[in-house]
Design a protein around this ligand. Sequence first.
Ligand SMILES: C[S@@+](CC[C@H](N)C(=O)[O-])C[C@H]1O[C@@H](n2cnc3c(N)ncnc32)[C@H](O)[C@@H]1O
Length: 296
Amino acid sequence: MSAEHIPVLAEQLESLIKLTSNAVIVDATVGYAGHSKIFGGKLGPEGCLLGLDVDEKCLDLAKTNLSDLKCKVLLKKSNFSDISNAMADLGLPKANFILADLGWCSGQIVDSEKGLSFQNNMPLDMRLDADLKTTAAKLVNSLEEDDLADLIFKYGEERASRRIARFIVEYRKNQTIITTGQLSFIICRALGKVPQARGIHPATRTFQALRIAVNDELGNLEKLLENSPELLDKNGYLAIISFHSLEDRIVKQFFNAKSKEGVFELITKKPMVADEKEIGLNPRSRSAKLRIARKI
Ligand SMILES: C[S@@+](CC[C@H](N)C(=O)[O-])C[C@H]1O[C@@H](n2cnc3c(N)ncnc32)[C@H](O)[C@@H]1O
């Protein structure tokens, strides 16, 4: 798996998050440790960085990438929905900064074991955590047509969800769908479109929907948010970088509710986004939205 991954919105984060050298940082999505290296680099030997990830390969790369930090570095395979237990297990009652940079790393999308890509043909899997039981192939081959359509509509916001579900069900009468290439082909046929060199691929929304369902992305995000206030020290920061409107809506509503309750002060009134320069260097940053709150 390639270790190339440019951390998004890093400058904006750095300008707004102020930490002392003895801070405790929890990077809930450590990935290749791009953000962790920047923020962990601000800590002295008395500081601590805990990195969580569901993907063991990321944790291995993060270990290498963080090997020269001065602070204590802890890495743990854990879903961030279980952040409270992860911190308790490692003797960390409170954090000064919790960061979640949602989604996947660049290397994961081309990793054939992950089965996430419609650009490359690979087994249709989509599990970021290899211990999960349900793959995308299992969903597309077993769900009833209506349930499949609902899933594609709800998590992909795909208006042609019923038509795509019908084409999937027709196709699987003759052949089991086992690759991302097969699924991409079915979606393109259903939409009567061919992928273009520019613009959004016809399969984007359906693939997003399946990935969200397989990994329970929205449910996990809600649990991370619910647990965070009690895990943050006074003045501790919670920063979430999201990549699609379903995630950002959840973060926005949660931050606004906690702000009204007097639990959080909103550091970003509106989400921060990448500027043209960053988008030019890292096209993935185009859809990134950063929201930061501070515990009062
Ligand atoms: C966008 S990448 C993070 C990149 C990282 N900030 C960096 O700069 O290298 C997202 C990471 O979160 C992990 N991930 C996704 N969902 C997760 C979850 N529910 N719990 C823990 N890790 C998760 C993915 O495996 C991936 O490594």
